[in-house]
Ligand binder design. Structure first.
Ligand SMILES: [Zn+2]
Length: 231
């Protein structure tokens, strides 16, 4: 447990979803964390911001930053940021990268986190990217983070900030189990792409999450509009 007032050793990107919540708990435990949240005009931005605040509070992370990225919404091209592109149901996703991919989003997020880490003199940036059974987004691949670390090494004052991805090799069910071991507040997290009151239960993010809790032999504590029969 971090001592109050300890200088943060890490900046963690905390969207408010289950992966970022587990990632924030690890960052806080291992380094003492400062948490950053980025609203980018996504459909559920209000709900995610509430989740960010509640999770930070519960984890005892007092140093917080909320910023707004206007570029991603203005650029669009994703079901999350463009009202004209519906959020697809998980079962109706075709092959390839889903339309919920936000073009190059994580680079924007990492840039903000690295800038803040540089100012705070924090040595690490934690991000809860997941590859094995995620949505197949290209900015969740390990090679991308290796390459980004090279950018950070050459583009910062001391070149010492490391981006760490503690969950990247885990399956979603393993993340649930790890979170339960750590006692993370899954009840405060929000993953749904489309709803802000009750999670829809049918978008890709909801389905992956429900499957993860099911596979971990646990019950997801958040309310759902509809839970697919196969979960
Ligand atoms: Zn949903």
């Amino acid at each position: 447990m971090a001592m109050a007032g300890r200088r943060p050793g890490a900046v963690v990107l905390l969207s408010g979803g289950m992966d970022s919540c587990v990632c924030a708990a690890l960052a806080e435990r291992d380094c003492g964390a400062a948490a950053v949240h980025i609203s980018y005009g996504q459909r559920t931005e209000e709900r995610e911001r509430r989740a960010f605040l509640a999770i930070s509070e519960r984890l005892g992370i007092s140093q917080r930053l909320i910023v707004r990225n206007e570029a991603l919404r203005a650029i669009g091209g994703s079901a999350l940021t463009d009202g004209g592109i519906p959020v697809p149901q998980a079962g109706r996703l075709g092959p390839g990268i889903p339309v919920t991919y936000v073009p190059f989003r994580n680079a924007h997020f990492l840039s903000v986190a690295v800038s803040w880490a540089e100012v705070l003199a924090a040595a690490q940036v934690y991000i809860g990217a997941v590859e094995p059974d995620g949505s197949g987004y290209p900015d969740c691949r390990p090679a991308y983070y290796q390459a980004f670390n090279e950018v950070v090494r050459t583009g910062t004052k001391d070149g010492r900030i490391q981006i760490v991805t503690p969950l990247i090799g885990l399956r979603k069910a393993e993340i649930v189990r790890l979170g339960l071991e750590l006692g993370v507040p899954f009840d405060l997290t929000w993953s749904c792409y489309s709803h802000e009151d009750r999670a829809c239960g049918v978008c890709d993010s909801c389905v992956l999450r429900l499957q993860a809790f099911h596979d971990a032999g646990a019950t997801d504590p958040i309310p759902y509009e509809a839970v697919p029969a196969r979960v």
